[in-house]
Design a protein around this ligand. Structure first.
Ligand code: CMC
Length: 435
């Protein structure tokens, strides 16, 4: 074998002695992956990996996570540096295009996003079809899906220009769609986007302003919102991103794919966790109730989980959680909230959990959602909007991953196999008629 030949692993079926040499594909960093594409053809077997914990479903250059070390890189840049020095729109450019923009490229990108912030006026009427008490995730899932009924000029997924325009539309319109879902629930007039404001400022404006009074942007809160958006922008092949890729692999239009991503994000094990953390803290109530709650979490029969803790990939502190905790203190200080009982409760819960053998042994650490709900609540954003905010930010990641997939010549329809354990073939029973 030449020294340049790729490393292989051998899979042998003991009974028959038949074997297959599986190439090991190296990544830039991180573990190599075993390329099993020929395995079925050679040995007639599939691989089995429910939850896909050990399966790479695609090749990607966008985001890298080292879960053991607690590292998150976007296009190679550490999340801590992006959260500190970048802006959400610059990170969006980076995720979409692979490199940080020059000043001119950034100006053009920013202008492109601002040009697309309004939605087709007829889309307003969609909101009236929802109950006022509908969960805003239900509303945005419907409205984003409906975009494909309005923007026919950017639906050709094989046309790079259509893909570019639909990416702009999605990133630009999501804050408008999301804040209108909020306004609808309040019974307040929808606020049209203001293109003189930054992405985060405009989002805060559309959620909080009313036509009858001037609205003052608080720069600390706008910066915090921008950072929260950066922290949620992308996270490689998580459930909702994989949903977007799977939907996109069929050639479905990008608006339909992002609506699918929103639906997947909604669950409490994923984006719904930030909402669930606040519900959990409210349920615990006071620090003296923490030991009783922890005991329920540890009880295998209770089905209670410590929300905002644990992650499929991170077996260390989620790096986003550390930045979120710092941002939380900044926001509470800015708002003059000292000794916030929820934050005190969360910090005490974290302290206890980080010293408890159950959580230590299972490598369960706080994730991005543990503190985000406390910040958002302090900023006056209601619990039901937390996951919506996550969706606004993650749209950038979804669109970037969808675009990468569509540009990959090896892209095929996503179609997993299964281990079938149902009945073998059997005949339909011939019962006597009209017994
Ligand atoms: N509280 C208590 N026990 C937990 C928790 C938790 N939050 N998370 C995992 N475990 C236990 C679990 O019971 C299991 O124990 P055992 O091995 O004894 O059966 C073990 O840890 C492994 O758990 P798992 O469910 O197999 O792990 P997973 O990788 O499938 O789940 C997770 C990852 C994020 C769904 C899970 O940790 C969880 O439900 N966390 C709470 C919800 C949450 O905070 N989600 C937000 C994730 S970060 C934002 C995002 O990406 O959307």
């Amino acid at each position: 074998m030449s020294s340049n030949a790729p490393a292989t692993a051998t899979i042998r079926i003991d009974d028959t002695g038949r074997e297959s040499a599986v190439p090991l594909l190296p990544g830039t960093i991180g573990p190599a992956v075993a390329d099993i594409r020929k395995l079925y053809g050679e040995l007639g077997i599939f691989t089995y990996d429910p939850g896909y914990g050990g399966t790479a479903a695609c090749e990607s250059k966008i985001t890298y996570i080292d879960g053991d070390a607690g590292v998150l890189l976007h296009r190679g840049y550490p999340i801590e540096q992006l959260a500190e020095h970048s802006t959400f729109l610059e990170v969006a450019y980076l995720l979409l295009n692979g490199e940080l923009p020059s000043a001119g490229q950034m100006q053009e990108f920013d202008r492109g996003i601002r040009l697309h912030t309004m939605v087709h006026e007829q889309l307003r009427q969609f909101y009236n079809g929802f109950r006022r008490d509908a969960h805003p995730m239900a509303v945005i899932c419907g409205v984003v899906g409906a975009l494909s009924a309005f923007y026919h000029d950017s639906l050709d997924v094989n046309n790079p220009e259509h893909r570019r325009i639909s990416a702009f539309r999605l990133i630009a319109k999501l804050p408008t769609i999301a804040s209108w879902a909020f306004k609808y629930s309040l019974g307040q007039p929808f606020m049209y986007p203001r293109n003189d404001l930054s992405y985060a400022e405009n989002f805060l404006y559309m959620m909080n302003a009313v036509p009858s009074e001037p609205y003052q942007i608080n720069p600390v809160l706008a910066r915090a919102m921008d950072r929260i958006l950066i922290l949620h922008a992308d996270h490689e092949q998580n459930a909702s991103t994989s949903t977007v890729r799977l939907a996109g692999s069929t050639g479905a239009n990008p608006f339909a794919c992002i609506a699918a991503g929103i639906a997947s994000l909604w669950g409490p094990a994923h984006g719904g966790a930030n909402e669930a953390v606040l519900k959990m803290l409210a349920e615990i109530g006071t620090p003296d109730a923490i030991p009783g709650f922890i005991a329920r979490v540890k009880d295998k029969n209770s089905n209670v989980r410590l929300m905002g803790f644990g992650h499929r990939v991170y077996k260390n502190y989620d790096p986003r959680a550390k930045i979120m905790q710092r941002t939380c203190h900044e926001v509470l200080t800015e708002l003059g909230i000292t000794g916030d009982p929820l934050l005190d409760l969360a910090m005490e819960l974290e302290r206890i959990a980080l010293h408890d053998e159950y959580f230590v042994g299972k490598k369960l650490y706080p994730n991005v959602d543990f503190y985000s709900g406390i910040i958002l609540k302090a900023m006056g954003i209601p619990t039901s909007m937390f996951t919506v905010l996550f969706a606004v930010a993650r749209t950038v990641g979804w669109v970037s991953q969808w675009k990468e997939m569509m540009e990959d010549p090896s892209q095929r329809i996503g179609r997993p196999r299964q281990l079938y354990t149902g009945h073998a073939r059997r005949d339909y029973p011939m019962r006597a008629a009209a017994e």
